[in-house]
Design a protein around this ligand. Structure first.
Ligand code: ADP
Ligand code: MG
Length: 398
């Protein structure tokens, strides 16, 4: 689960991290009062969407040369003009995809006097099995290019979970970031704080880009992106409160109600599969035969007809879906139950696209019989290869 920058900053500030004063706003009318409260003399107007690259982003509704999704304002009128232009419009960044994201909230923040922009993130390093700090002196808006062109400028410092962030660890991070004086003292305090927030709140990613050294020599968290481990959310009701459903895919929200493991993708073939491994190989083989999956969907081992019906509805509600491949191996799951679910769903929502069904395993004969006798236009397949070729051919033919 992701949260907005302003929420992440509030959370980090509660642990003692240095962040600027700021006020989130949801309407144009709130802007002036909030800006007066902050006091200036420099304000930054920041689009709140669950995607990075906002500074270099473009608003769909504005001319090509208009400013991006993070803007400086030197007086109240300029601030208000930015708010009026940004709020409600669609911001397209490297991370949003071409559709962009509607900006429904802005964050008004005190402007900082920046001396240097650094990169710092915490993540779970799966090689060492430890939380690691990933840092670079080359922070700011082009960290992806740094990672690609000069990877030696990115440093990785793993933290032993028994010891936590030791003096030696914090020093190593300071060295990697070339911090001295006040900035170094700030860093020695800040890094353990970030680690504490990360582990206590079960984060899966904490990215501060940039962490800045200000002209006065101190450190400040200027941007913050936080993702939480979904499997641990049950122990953080305070974090769940921060969820913003408008940022999430409607189909994924619907799927989560039925406990379906569903991820929307941008291809054309909707997949309904049981088991994550089988779902992955189904997606692979669709690609092998030249099409792209519209989703990942694992209906799970114990799916019943109701769950299958819900899954089918979610797939057919996606306008990008030009064909559906149902690929079920009946182990715990019975093929006749799947067949029933598919047939119920087709009767309820109709079927405008080709549907290939491949069933194998427990009660396969009963399942196939149900489908044959239904009189519906379902293309049966014998194995995974056959199924993938048939759905790709059907979609290409359509
Ligand atoms: P994004 O990473 O989505 O582009 P950031 O929050 O990192 O958004 O902002 C982009 C850039 O805007 C930063 O690298 C920094 O140069 C500038 N910026 C952001 N917030 C402030 C601020 N409060 N004061 C001054 N400059 C800022
Ligand atoms: Mg940033």
């Amino acid at each position: 689960m992701n949260i907005h920058e302003y929420q992440a900053k509030k959370l980090l500030a509660s642990y003692g991290a240095p962040v600027a004063k700021g006020i989130p706003i949801f309407s144009k009318e709130e802007a002036r009062k909030a800006a007066e409260e902050l006091g200036g003399p420099l304000w930054v107007v920041k689009s709140q969407i669950h995607a990075g690259g906002r500074g270099k982003g473009k608003f769909k509704e504005l001319p090509e040369d208009a400013k991006g999704g993070v803007r400086l304002a030197f007086d109240l009128d300029e601030m208000q003009a930015h708010v009026d232009e940004m709020l409600g419009n669609t911001l397209v960044t490297k991370q949003t995809g071409p559709a962009g994201k509607q900006v429904n909230q802005l964050y008004l923040e005190d402007g900082a006097d920046i001396e240097r922009e650094l990169y710092l993130s915490l993540l779970v390093d799966r090689v060492t099995g430890q939380v690691a700090f990933v840092v670079s002196t080359e922070g700011g808006m082009d960290i992806e290019a740094v990672a690609e062109e000069t990877p030696e400028k990115i440093h990785n410092i793993s933290i032993d979970p028994d010891a936590g962030v030791t003096e030696a660890n914090a020093s190593a991070i300071c060295d990697a970031l070339k911090l001295d004086g006040d900035a170094r003292a700030d860093g020695m305090k800040l890094f353990p704080i970030l680690y504490k927030a990360f582990t206590e709140k079960d984060m899966s990613l904490l990215e501060i880009n940039p962490l800045i050294v200000m002209k006065d020599g101190h450190l400040r968290v200027l941007d913050a992106k936080v993702s939480f481990d979904g499997n641990a959310l049950f122990r953080h009701p305070d974090i769940v409160e921060l969820r913003d459903l408008t940022e999430e895919d409607d189909k994924e929200i619907e799927a989560s109600k039925y406990d379906l493991a569903y991820i929307a993708l941008d291809g054309t073939i909707g997949c309904m599969v049981n088991g994550a491994g089988l779902a992955m190989s189904t997606m692979d083989i669709i690609k092998l035969y030249g099409e792209e999956p519209a989703n990942f969907l694992d209906v799970g081992g114990g799916a019943n007809a109701e769950k299958v019906t819900a899954a089918f509805k979610i797939i057919t509600a996606d306008p990008n879906v030009k064909g559906i491949l149902v690929n079920i191996f009946g182990g715990i799951m019975r093929c006749d139950v799947i067949a029933e679910g598919v047939l119920t769903a087709v009767k309820e929502v109709g079927l405008d696209v080709p549907l290939v069904v491949r069933l194998e395993g427990t009660k396969v004969a009963e399942g196939k019989k149900l489908i044959e006798e239904s009189g519906l236009n379902v293309i049966p397949a014998d194995d995974l290869d056959d199924a993938a070729q048939k759905i790709v051919a059907a979609v290409k033919g359509a």
